[in-house]
Design a protein around this ligand. Structure first.
Ligand code: SF4
Length: 373
């Protein structure tokens, strides 16, 4: 009995200590982490420190937001880039890879509409479209008005020719080399696609846009939209979602992203909502190699997507309340909005132009040269 009493006393003591610890923690939380006197010089900062980062009542909120896989991805990569693209609708030159990928998707769709007699006729059709796309022939509206053409010489077996390149495209290296490298890749993709699919039945659906009501987040009605590249029916009436990818890398060596990618979770969720049944699987169609990779989504993936959607909505609210903080990092060198980003300054962060830093690297005679001065 004595032993039990001692034990109970210890338990009570332990619980008391626990309560004390919680009190101490709460006290610490209340402690100000800024210098009251110095902060008084900056009234707006003081207000935001008092309000905290997320003050619900003060934030302007829209009634409805429509998300997509690319919006969610951009919000988590760089909120400032999202702001420029989706809130300010800034028009900037797109990377050639993006333009190439979009054209290939359009051609694979056309494959089922036009009756191409041979792989060669399909490829010739692509060649014409590729030259015209890069020359800006299909642009509309302000993009068409602002189009400027540069001309580059190139040689075929028999003659000298000129490649017309519009200012709506951003090249990573020499335009002629990059143009023809993509043309070569496109040729391989379309030939393989033609040979594989010419005798096969048409997809159940193709290039199908979807939109569905995701639910309420932070008092906002959220919608999710996207495009399924194709949906195919199996012999036993099961449905497969396929996404065409023109990426260089396939998931062959590393399937980490394949089984986690939120884009496929969105496709799967949309499918189950709109068709009222589970898809058999989602297929990653790596067009450069022709290889197919299966993946499947589960309730854990959907919970993860819920988290992402919640975070995305909070980020959009902050952006619409003028807190679009740039994320200077690994994505900047490939960012189409970099020139705009250098000239605009919306939220926090340094404000300077790249020219300010166009300085030659110095190679000192000795490493410690400046120490000796
Ligand atoms: S350059 Fe970098 S920081 Fe600027 S918008 Fe693009 S990704 Fe964001």
């Amino acid at each position: 009995m004595v032993f039990i009493n001692v034990y109970m006393d210890e338990q009570i003591e332990f619980r008391l200590k626990g309560v004390e610890r919680i009190r101490i923690k709460k006290k610490r939380k209340k402690k100000k982490n800024y210098n009251e006197n110095q902060i008084a010089l900056f009234p707006e900062i003081k207000q935001s420190l008092k309000d905290g980062f997320w003050n619900d009542e003060k934030l302007k909120k829209p009634e409805k937001i429509t998300l997509s896989a690319s919006k969610i991805s951009l919000l988590h990569t760089c909120p400032f880039c999202y702001y420029l693209q989706y809130e300010k609708h800034e028009k900037v030159p797109k990377s050639l890879n993006l333009v190439f990928g979009t054209l290939i998707h359009r051609l694979l769709d056309k494959f089922y509409e036009k009756n191409f007699k041979s792989a060669e006729s399909f490829i010739k059709y692509f060649y014409r479209q590729w030259f015209d796309t890069v020359a800006g022939k299909y642009l509309k509206g302000t993009e068409k008005e602002n189009l400027q053409i540069s001309e580059y010489n190139y040689q075929t077996k028999d003659e000298d020719k000129i490649l017309k390149v519009g200012n709506h495209i951003r090249f990573s290296y020499h335009p002629v080399d990059e143009f023809f490298a993509n043309m070569q890749t496109g040729r391989g993709i379309l030939r393989r696609f033609f040979e594989r699919h010419k005798e096969k039945q048409k997809p159940f659906q193709k290039e199908k846009h979807f939109i569905f009501n995701y639910g309420m987040v932070e008092g906002i009605d959220v919608f999710m939209q996207g495009v399924w590249d194709r949906i195919d029916a199996t012999k036993d009436n099961k449905l497969i979602i396929t996404d065409y990818k023109t990426n260089k890398e396939s998931p062959e060596k590393d399937t980490f992203l394949l089984h986690r990618y939120p884009q496929f979770t969105i496709y799967s969720k949309a499918f189950r909502r709109l068709y009222g049944q589970e898809e058999e699987f989602v297929l990653f169609y790596h067009l450069r190699s022709g290889k197919l990779f299966k993946t499947k989504r589960s309730s854990e993936d959907f919970s993860y997507l819920d988290e992402l959607v919640n975070e995305s909505i909070r980020k959009i609210i902050m952006i619409r309340n003028e807190k679009a903080t740039p994320f200077y990092g690994y994505s900047c060198p490939r960012c189409d909005y970099k020139p705009k980003c250098e000239n605009l300054w919306v939220s926090a962060g340094p404000h300077y132009k790249t020219e300010d830093f166009k300085i030659k690297a110095t190679i000192p005679d000795t490493w410690a040269e400046w120490d000796e001065e």
